[in-house]
Design a protein. Structure first.
Ligand SMILES: C[S@@+](CC[C@H](N)C(=O)[O-])C[C@H]1O[C@@H](n2cnc3c(N)ncnc32)[C@H](O)[C@@H]1O
Length: 171
């Protein structure tokens, strides 16, 4: 029975996000270029992933498009894995903890794959901190009461919604 304890600890350390804005479910690799297209990525842009998981999206974007990437992750194991990997990528920075505690004011693009239960608080943060003309890309669930400027829909796949901030980060 005691052998179950380390397994339980590993599960908790990996899926810590379940107690916060979402459990870990990685964005599919085949969707990376759909996100890129919506984001209109250009070299040198600053791309944030709030709840970056294993960071694979960031590693891909930094390598293929030469964008600067920031990931913030609350699961200790996912953080550790992506932090160590980021040491081999000069354009990727991974931070540990709750993304609500980080300043997002320098972001050009913010990517969000979280449960909609987190949207009300998150929107307040985005609208307080983001500049004008920042792209926000949501996976799977749109913001309520707010028209996306673009939608990427595909059969039997996730839908992606893109928003552009107006004056003072408002949507
Ligand atoms: C659905 S997964 C998406 C992972 C990654 N963004 C991707 O697309 O592959 C959500 C991630 O957010 C993390 N998370 C949830 N709440 C968080 C919070 N408040 N601060 C930082 N990370 C959080 C979870 O641990 C999980 O790794």
């Amino acid at each position: 029975m005691y052998f179950l304890i380390p397994i339980l600890i590993l599960i908790i350390l990996t899926f810590t996000g379940a107690f916060f804005a979402a459990v870990w479910l990685p964005t599919k690799k085949e969707d990376f270029d759909r996100i890129t297209k919506l984001a209109g990525l250009r070299p040198g842009m600053l791309f944030y992933d709030l709840g970056s998981g294993d960071g694979e999206l960031l590693f891909y974007l930094s390598k293929k498009y030469n964008v600067n990437c920031v990931g913030i992750e609350i699961s200790p194991l996912l953080f550790l894995y992506s932090k160590i990997k980021s040491l081999f990528y000069k354009n990727v920075k991974i931070y540990y903890g709750d993304f609500y505690k980080y300043d997002l004011s320098k972001a050009d693009i913010v990517y969000i794959f979280l449960l909609p239960k987190s949207y009300a608080r998150l929107r307040k943060k985005l609208e307080t901190e983001l500049r004008k003309d920042v792209k926000i890309i949501l996976s799977s669930w749109p913001f309520e009461d707010c028209e996306p400027n673009q939608i990427d829909k595909k059969e039997k796949a996730f839908t992606y919604y893109s928003y552009i901030t107006k004056e003072n980060g408002y949507l």
